[in-house]
Design a binder for this molecule. Sequence first.
Ligand code: M6R
Length: 615
Amino acid sequence: MCGIVGYVGPKDAVPLLIEGLKRLEYRGYDSAGVAVRRADGALDVRKCVGRLSNLEEALEAAPLAGGLGIGHTRWATHGEPSEINSHPHIDCSGGVAVVHNGIIENYLELRAELEAKGHVFRSQTDTEALPHLIEEILKGGETSHAGAIRAALRRARGAYALGIVFRDEPGVLYAARCGSPLIVGVGEGEQYIASDVPAILNRVKKVIYLNDGEVAELRASGATLSKLDGTPVVPEVKTVTLRAEAAERAGFETFMLKEIHEQPRVLRTLLDAHVGKDGVVNLGPASALIDEAATGLRRVLILSCGTAYYAGMYGRLLIERWTGIPCETDLGSEFRYRGPRLPENTLVVAVSQSGETADTLASVRLARKMGCKVLGICNVPGSTLLRESDAALLTQAGPEIGVASTKAFTAQLMAFALLAIRMGRVRGALDARRERELTEELARIPDGIHRVLDKQDDVRAVSQKYYECFNALYLGRRFNYPVALEGALKNKEISYQHAEGYAAGEMKHGPIALINEFLPVVCLCTPTADEVHEKVVSNLKEVEARKGRIIAVVAESDRTIRGMAQDVIPVPETIEEFSPMINVVALQLFAYFNAKLRGADIDKPRNLAKSVTVE
Ligand code: M6R
């Protein structure tokens, strides 16, 4: 979703703003802009629709120079993508410029009030209410810019991360946060703001994570923080441990392909962190909450959105199987509105790559109000989710830049496997021998994924035959049902090929009507030794009888399915419970090559945002 970068210091702001915005491109955007306070005292703005390269061209044609500036990539919510609607937005007199992520929910009311006082709005955005409101407050007698910002934000309802600069205050960059992430990058004699760490990872090693309701006043020399009522806040400066290369493509043609290939390493890192040489699972700082909760738990509720929701579906199956505790899943966007009833001793497990997904966060807040403890499974240290959870299980996948989630998903699956084993042991539902068997099997998964990656050209050859199709159906059962959903999501997100995931047993209740000689049906057929395998074979027979084009993900040793399928993608076998971690990689590659052959912009799929910070 929208990206923010800001700079104050001795250097020229524009190249730093553009560099930072480029590093945020993965978040998804449709227009971009910058505002810089020039040396001659003017506050100047450049904006463009489309890619950042358009903005760069505009800046080449009409350069801007100055050591104080803010930049923004916009993902349209209020008002179409257009130059007028892109940020920064300014007030009537051009005295203040604002970039904003989030939504000001009472903007219509504010706008009407300000228009009645003579303010002229140029855009259709919710954001524009803020510079006009700040201007109005200053006109009303407020003498400090920080005071005007705080007063304006006390009136604004909704979510925001803001970067603000004033024409009449050289050398001061303002920032504020409520509900949308924003960090301050603390440099030597210079300060940055950014909506995400990768934007400034190559520039600073120290950051301040702003909390909701805080306003930052940044000068080259340092940061001052206050709450909306003016109370000073002592900033907590943290050191970033990520290396800048983590946010580079490392020779891969896209971030997504790089991240697909990182999966064996990511899973090994998680295993090394949480499984001892004796095969015992230890969840580090999260253990206390998990162990305490596991003994008296009546229910586990997993909350998440999108790909993370499918990881949650997988987690539910494992938790119920290995702990015997009833477990349910819900989408963040549904849970918060369904009037949920939660029995006492419900543990909420919230799953999110970014830790900033608005619907997931709102559901977590509701569950906490209802008295639940929350375990956050998340990839981003310092994220809002982790700060609002009682305990954290970090997926440690490193920055995921590709909009389509890959390594974060497999890391979430691994985190659930470790969590379910640990809870099963604490409950006495698994014994030490079974724990060891399971962790030994888990240790084989990274190699299994390697073997799938080694055969990526074979997957490309399969895509070559199907990438022009309009639709595809993905089928899986039990542990591989969430994988079918995830495979279909991956394909539609990046290749724009319509794809639908279904529980294989449900096919005859509707989607079977679609099957003909043109429809590719991707089916997850491993492992072969479990009780649902035969059922999957029967479902495939139904597809075969209607001349559907079967693409089967099969065990390397499989001989049965090959006879029925037009194409097979062989993968190494593991136990059913862990097969999703291997199978999904085959589907990620399939989606990837479909998208590539269709000429799609894989790292920046249209209309999508990496982290969905609005409802
Ligand atoms: O950051 P989160 O894991 O909370 O994000 C949830 C979804 O928005 C995300 O998984 C989305 O579905 C991705 N585009 C999937 O590739």
